[in-house]
Design a protein around this ligand. Structure first.
Ligand code: NDP
Length: 384
């Protein structure tokens, strides 16, 4: 079997395609056995819950929408009717009552970043499993507390890194790791968008500009996709980083950065058998911004060519190329795939691909990047 086929079978089946995943877990599908769909409670009914997660939960094979938690009374009524939720509709004051709701197996945190830690920890204390959107929290210390709370409660914690289940990204990992472009030498990645002209950190809608709710600027929100790309392409952790910011609108961006460019140094991917001084290191160059749109790519370079994803991080229409040849892959509903993967790991008691430690590793790199931007110095990334 070719390396490519072997990778796609293991990589995609373990984490992504529903049919392949089903074939890996026959006990789920045996007559009369564990065919129950897990009930999910969405916490925070904003754009992601409304536009992506609720629709995804209508398609999932192992999960369904069972409850919602919202601070907005009109949304609670609308969702109760639209999704036939009956009594399974809660305000934030009623959040802890999820403990007594037998329809709920998993609490899915879709709140502003600064609320992830509190709601994950309280969620774990209800005894339900917790799935939390990216970035995991505002700080690495909060991530550690979330991991500890879930461990103490004996529940699973998953982080919403949809691209780790997406076929173009899996193919890119396989192409690089199997040496199709020779030994990896460089990475370039960036993701950003233009914040609306009238956005202000004092508006609830624009919490992404409010440091306490967002934890930082575009790095926390979308730059994290470029960071993830570099981490999972190499399968290694960054050793050290440099960074600098630029600012054109000091009023709008009075609390968080506007544009940030950073570099990371990774250990080599191939050549582990070589003596240390001969092992090539990998340099990554990344950009994130709230000041322009269209930067949405990840590329890996080796002596024999490159692997390019562009657009790389959108919900649909991803494109990928290996040495200029199109990948010709479909983009599934990334949210349905990751929710099903988490649900299967809960049902089977098997490890999930993106546990809390994966979110923690990103926050450790992010903290080093912010420190490097602030000090202007090369900064080492702390270890888990
Ligand atoms: P929104 O601003 O659209 O929604 C956030 C919701 O959180 C609000 O609508 C509100 O819901 C609730 N909320 C509770 N307290 C506050 C508060 N103090 N200020 C603002 N909102 C509050 O954000 P998104 O849906 O875009 O993002 C939510 C999370 O999902 C973030 O962590 C983000 O990083 C992540 N995300 C992940 C994506 C992915 O592709 N994986 C894509 C987009 C976002 P209610 O009125 O119901 O209380």
């Amino acid at each position: 079997m070719s390396t490519r086929r072997r990778f796609l079978q293991t990589g995609l089946a373990a984490s992504a395609t529903l049919s392949a995943a089903a074939s890996l877990s026959p006990r789920l599908f045996a007559a009369g056995q564990d065919t129950k769909k897990l009930g999910y409670a969405l916490v925070g009914l904003g754009r992601l819950s409304t536009g992506q997660l609720a629709p995804a939960l209508q398609k999932t094979e192992h999960a369904k929408l069972a409850a919602v938690v919202s601070g907005t009374p009109s949304k609670r009524e609308e969702w109760r009717k639209k999704y036939d939720l009956g009594d399974h509709v809660y305000s934030y004051e009623e959040y802890d009552q999820l403990a007594d709701d037998d329809a709920v197996d998993v609490i899915y945190i879709v709140l502003p970043n600064g609320l992830h830690a509190e709601y994950t920890i309280r969620g774990a204390e209800t005894g339900k499993h917790v799935f939390c959107e990216k970035p995991m929290a505002n700080t690495a210390e909060e991530c550690r507390q979330m991991i500890a709370a879930c461990e103490k409660a004996g529940v699973k914690l998953g982080i919403g890194y949809r691209c780790q289940f997406e076929p173009h990204h899996l193919r890119a990992i396989e192409a690089v790791r199997s040496g199709e472009i020779g030994e990896l030498r460089g990475l370039g990645a960036g993701f950003g968008f233009t914040m609306p002209a009238d956005a202000d950190p004092d508006q609830k809608l624009h919490w992404r500009l409010d440091r306490s709710l967002a934890g930082g600027g575009p790095l926390m929100d979308v730059g994290i996709y470029a960071l993830q790309f570099c981490r999972y392409i190499t399968g290694r952790e960054p050793v050290a980083v440099t960074a600098q910011t630029t600012l054109t609108d000091p009023v709008k961006f009075r609390q968080v950065e506007e544009t940030l460019g950073w570099t990371m140094t990774f250990p080599s991917v191939l050549g582990d058998d070589l003596p240390e001084p001969l092992r090539a290191q990998v340099t990554a160059s990344c950009v994130t911004t709230y000041n322009f749109s269209g930067f949405n790519q990840g590329e890996a370079f080796g002596p024999d060519g490159s692997v390019l994803l562009k657009p790389a991080y959108s919900y649909t229409g991803l494109k990928g190329f290996v040495k200029g040849e199109p990948m010709n892959l479909d983009t599934p509903d990334q949210f349905a795939v990751e929710i099903d993967a988490f649900s299967q790991s809960v049902k089977n008691g098997t490890p999930f691909k993106c546990p809390g430690e994966e979110g923690l590793r990103d926050l450790l790199a992010i903290e080093a990047i912010y420190k490097a931007a602030e000090t202007g110095r090369r900064t080492e990334v702390a270890k888990v």
